[in-house]
Structure formats: C-alpha cells, structure tokens
Design a protein around this ligand. Structure first.
Ligand SMILES: [Zn+2]
Length: 232
C-alpha cells in the first residue's frame, strides 16, 4: 500500500488489496507500483512471520475496562466491577481471535486472516446484536449496552488502522476485502505470541500504556456520588 500522498488521493482512509504488508512503517517493496504487485516469492510460513504483528493489546484492554465502567453507570448489574472489566476487555480483544486461524493455515491476508472479517464494521454490528439479546435476557439496558459493545468492537478495528505495521483492516467486509490504514499510523506494532515477551514487546506495551492512560484513569477513578447506580 502506498501512502495517501504517494497515491495522490485525498481520502482520509486508504487501502490496498494485495501485499502491502508493512513492518515498522516500511513496506517490503520500495515503490508504490511494486506495493500493488504480489509479494516476493517466499515460504508461506516466512511470510506469515513477517506479517505476524499487531497492537500490543494494552490499549484494547484499557478501552474494555473503561467500557465496563460506562456500562455499569446508572444501572445495577449482577457483575462485580472486576468481572465486568474482564468481560468487556475480552469483548474489546475479540477481533484478534482471528489469529487462531494461523494454526489452521489461514493466511494473514485471507478474508478470515488477521485483521480481516473480524475487523470490519459488520462484525462489530453483529456482536452488538448478540449483546443486545444477552442484555435483554439478563435485564440490562439492552440498547445502551449493545451500543457500547458496537463502539468497543469498532474501536478495535479503527485503532488497528493507526498501527505502523502488518496489513490494514478489512473495515468494509463483506462488501469489500480491501484492507485499510489510517493516513497517520503513530501506534507501533508488537510481535504476536511468544515473541511479544521481548524488549521490543515491552517497549510497545509501555507506549500503549501511556497513550491510553486516560481510559485507565476513567476505569479505576472512584465513582462520583451522582454516577452511582440507584438504590433499590
Ligand atoms: Zn486487531
């Protein structure tokens, strides 16, 4: 994928269908034309490893924690704050469940590969509908809870487009398999899996922790008197 300026387009979001996998802001190819050509010949494993990068997930978790607090405002739930934090953080991380596909031969750039269908707006909407049903069954504010869920899952995909490596996100799936990056990609990617337990992984995690600190503060800040749920 070539940067928006190189392509001469004025769209806020830019995409590329073939290749364009980036590592630390660099592409495997040097010019825009080559970036739209198939990737250089190499084994699928090697190629997968080169593309096996993602957000360190600290930001996704902190957004989930903030959503847990937001969802508990003005309504009583059966979940403790910690349980709610775990559930909402899991929801925020849900799109990255697609990395399981690596084990079954799904390639990064496939529709169900990493940052593919699960990083689309349609997927977020589907999760929202499911949460609406669960909220109805558990006497939660269904519309409010499901809207927060859609926002959380959508935030995952949008944030991933701001990272400086890997492939972009298939935001418009199933209408298009095109992968999108934001024009500005300030969030560094981290290695996936055990490779995350490295100096580079720690560096990226620290950056995310600082960048998303406001969400952490909101999540753990003592409740204000007027924001406590009504007593029964
Ligand atoms: Zn992701």
């Amino acid at each position: 994928m070539a940067p928006a300026s190189a392509l001469g387009v004025g769209h806020r979001w830019t995409g590329c269908q073939n290749g364009g996998c980036r590592v630390r802001g660099r592409r495997h190819s040097d010019n825009a034309a080559a970036n739209h050509a198939p990737m250089p010949k190499q084994s699928s494993v090697a190629r997968r490893m080169q593309c096996s990068v993602a957000m360190a997930s600290i930001g996704h978790v902190l957004i989930g924690m903030a959503a847990a607090r937001l969802s508990r405002e003005r309504q009583r739930t059966i979940w403790s704050p910690v349980t709610a934090g775990v559930i909402w953080s899991g929801l925020s991380l849900l799109p990255d469940a697609d990395v399981i596909g690596f084990r079954f031969g799904v390639r990064y750039e496939d529709t169900w590969g990493h940052r593919g269908a699960t990083h689309s707006l349609t997927f977020a909407l589907g999760v929202g509908i499911l949460v609406w049903v669960i909220a109805r069954l558990t006497n939660l504010a269904a519309l409010r809870t499901s809207l927060i869920a859609v926002a959380v899952v959508t935030s995952h995909a949008i944030l991933d487009t701001f990272t400086d490596g890997g492939l972009g996100c298939a935001l418009l799936w199933p209408f298009s398999d095109e992968r999108f990056f934001a024009p500005w990609t300030p969030i560094p990617v981290a290695p996936i899996g055990r490779a995350f337990l490295s100096g580079e992984g720690a560096r990226v995690a620290a950056i995310e922790l600082v960048a998303f600190a406001p969400f952490l503060l909101y999540a753990i800040w003592p409740a204000l008197p007027w924001s406590r749920p009504p007593r029964r």
